[in-house]
Design a binder for this molecule. Sequence first.
Ligand code: NAP
Length: 281
Amino acid sequence: MDKRVFGPTGVAVPVLGQGTWQMEEDDRTEAIRALQVGLDLGMTHVDTAELYGYGEVEELVAEALAGRRGEVFLVSKVMPNNATYEGTLRACERSLKRLKTDWLDCYLLHWPGPHPLEDTVRAFERLRAEGKIRAWGVSNFDVDDLEEVLALAGPGRIACDQVLYHLRERHIEHRVLPWCERHGLAVVGYSPFGSGDFPGPGSADGRVLREVARAHGTTPHQVVLAFLARKRSVFLIPKASRQAHTRENAAAALVRLTAEDLARLEDAFPPGPLQRELPVV
Ligand code: NAP
């Protein structure tokens, strides 16, 4: 599995990781097994959040990671409503407890919220000084929000921006991604398969995707991951609660798209116009 340095952390993290949103709704045993298979195959970046199943998913993740914590780059997120100074400290303690670990590799503010960013950043820095988190970052932050947090924290502090990124939603390529590359942040693309809304074989763009996949003897999902991972700052966190899906996603690391494939996909899935609001799920 290819690894890239995760923003300013200096840590090499696999390009393909694993998401966990809505896993509490799936077959629990299979979801845990799928996460473990992912670890076996090198997808050791595991993304979760206190929001997911209101803690239930963090507990599920703890079960999947039992005995293997050291292998994993574990990320969780504080809910914006909790992200006061004290609230962030408490939320982190709760996540650590549910995840049965002493530290998070990265802790994110889930989206910009009602509390002063300054307080959240101060709490993140305290958690880092105490060794409870090794790095911190943000999620669903547009360039203006990123500028604000950069001004507060200074350079080299924000590990990543986790943002919506899939073939039919390439908005981040306009501004967020170039900004992150300029300032040395990792870009973590979430919902790479459109959260289940995947280009079908009946659509014109879905047909192009299938033609590219066929030419490589791979699947459309693998082509999507290879395409989205083409930029050097990007990490992806597809979610799969079935082992077969996890295996397929891990094998996407072997897909090498040609310049011609990339051009065809660029044409079929244009980034669209710059919108005022950063698209989110
Ligand atoms: P996603 O990864 O775009 O899609 C997940 C769906 O695709 C599931 O239904 C899954 O099925 C299916 N799938 C996975 N691999 C497949 C394959 N090889 N072939 C066919 N189907 C496949 O959706 P997501 O959960 O929205 O996004 C991924 C992760 O990003 C989340 O889990 C979460 O960790 C993170 N996220 C973050 C935010 C944020 O605000 N920061 C927002 C949304 C998501 P099965 O599960 O049945 O295998």
